[in-house]
Structure formats: structure tokens, C-alpha cells
Unconditional design. Structure first.
Length: 243
């Protein structure tokens, strides 16, 4: 099953529940962008790859950016649309690999966050989207990416990861490692009319290290200005090189 099929048939149905309170996430993203020199978006354009339900795009909109947000999952985009109360967000329901076809101006900021980059088919696609992003950005434009480093394999029972649970749902992930990717199995137990049911689906995530990503950003024409780990996710900020 490919990533889109996995989201459309399984993960998209409970993704928003999984990631937590919407307003709390938007507030946290506001703080992150403000502290990484992207806080003033007045008169600027931002692009969000894999926007999902909009927790990053909404933060950028609050900061004054005109946002063009890309995603392929209808469930999450419908939720996002229901929350938009300003006219500075455009949602494009499509794969973001050809994002430049949907832009009328050169953006000042491109973000690819929440592990979106690991959903691509291969490292060649990662290199391509980084190069396209660099070419598309304005002079001194910024690119921010976050992803989980899956290059160090877990073994045995450590491959079973409890994600979230409440009185009606229990979500567990099982990781199956291969040379260049991990198969992520999402196991959802859900209570329906007092009975527990199990739903399982799996999809591929690329294995990319922080150093590998920084090397690809540099090769694409970026200067890496910061790299940090927040809640076990790698966050890298890069600026379009002036060389």
C-alpha cells in the first residue's frame, strides 16, 4: 500500500486525534517559527508541503504569511478548510512534487514538516524536491524541514511503539526495517458498541539521517543555519545560498 492509500483508508481517519489538541499545536508552531527568524510574514508567501489538517499552515497564516498548502488527503484537508477564517490560505489537493506549477509568485519560505519528507518514494525524489525548492525560493528564502531519523534500527519488542490511547482507541506502531526504508504498521484498536475491533495498515518511510539531509540541502544550494532535535524529531533550517 502506498502512502496516499494508507492515509485515505486508515491513518487519515484518526490522524488528528493521534497528534493532539489543535490549538496547542498551532501555538507551539507559532513559537517555533517566531524563534527561527520566520515570525514576521507580512507581505510574504509561504508554502507548506504535506499540510495535513493545517497545524503548521495556520501558524504561518497567523503570522501574516499568504500560505499555499499542499496535501493529498481529503479527510485532513476538509478539517483544515473548516478551520480557515482568513483569506490568506490557499489549499491545493495534490501531491506536492510539482508544487511550482501551482505558484504565481516566488515564496519566501517553504516548510516540509511532521515527517512528510520520509513519505517520498526514494532519496532521488528527496533530492529533487530540495532542488526544486531552492530554485523556487526568493533570494534569501528559507526552507524548514522536520523528520524522524530512522537510520538506527530498533530490535525485538522495541519495534512495538505505543503511540496514543484513550477509553475508545489504542494506537500502536510496529516498525519493520529494510536497507533504505522502514515499513510502519499502524495497529488501531477501536471500541465500537462495546466491542473492540482491530484495523491494520502499513506504509513505507525512508531512512534518512540528519547529516545525510544536511548534505542533500547543501548540494541543492542551501546553507544550513540550524539543526536541532525536538521531541525526537530533527528540525533543520536552511537559507538559499547567495554564492
Amino acid at each position: 500500500m502506498n502512502v496516499k492509500e494508507h492515509y485515505d483508508s486508515h491513518l487519515g481517519n484518526f490522524y488528528s486525534w493521534m497528534i493532539g489538541d489543535y490549538e496547542t499545536l498551532v501555538s507551539g508552531n507559532l513559537s517555533f517559527f517566531t524563534s527561527h527568524s520566520t515570525g514576521d510574514g507580512k507581505g510574504k508567501t509561504a508554502v507548506d508541503f504535506g499540510c495535513g489538517n493545517g497545524v503548521h499552515s495556520m501558524a504561518l497564516a497567523h503570522l501574516g504569511y499568504s500560505v499555499v498548502a499542499f496535501d493529498f488527503n481529503k479527510q485532513l484537508l476538509n478539517e483544515f478548510r473548516s478551520r480557515i477564517h482568513k483569506g490568506n490560505v490557499i489549499i491545493v489537493e495534490t501531491d506536492f512534487m510539482d508544487f511550482e506549477k501551482h505558484l504565481s509568485v516566488k515564496p519566501d519560505l517553504i516548510i516540509c514538516m511532521g515527517d512528510t519528507i520520509t513519505h517520498l518514494n526514494n532519496l532521488s525524489d528527496v533530492e529533487l524536491i530540495l532542488q526544486k525548492s531552492c530554485n523556487a525560493l526568493n533570494e534569501k528564502g528559507r526552507f524548514i524541514i522536520s523528520f524522524r531519523d530512522l537510520t538506527i534500527p530498533l530490535a525485538g519488542v522495541e519495534r512495538f511503539l505505543p503511540v496514543k490511547s484513550d477509553e475508545n482507541r489504542i494506537l500502536t506502531c510496529f516498525l519493520e526495517y529494510f536497507d533504505n526504508h522502514v515499513m510502519v504498521h499502524d495497529l488501531l484498536h477501536e471500541k465500537d458498541n462495546g466491542r473492540w475491533t482491530q484495523k491494520i495498515s502499513a506504509y513505507k518511510k525512508l531512512r534518512i539521517s540528519g547529516d545525510e539531509m544536511k548534505g542533500m540541502l547543501t548540494a541543492a544550494g542551501f546553507d544550513v543555519v540550524s539543526s536541532e532535535v525536538i521531541n525526537r524529531m530533527i528540525y533543520i533550517t536552511a537559507v538559499k545560498s547567495q554564492a
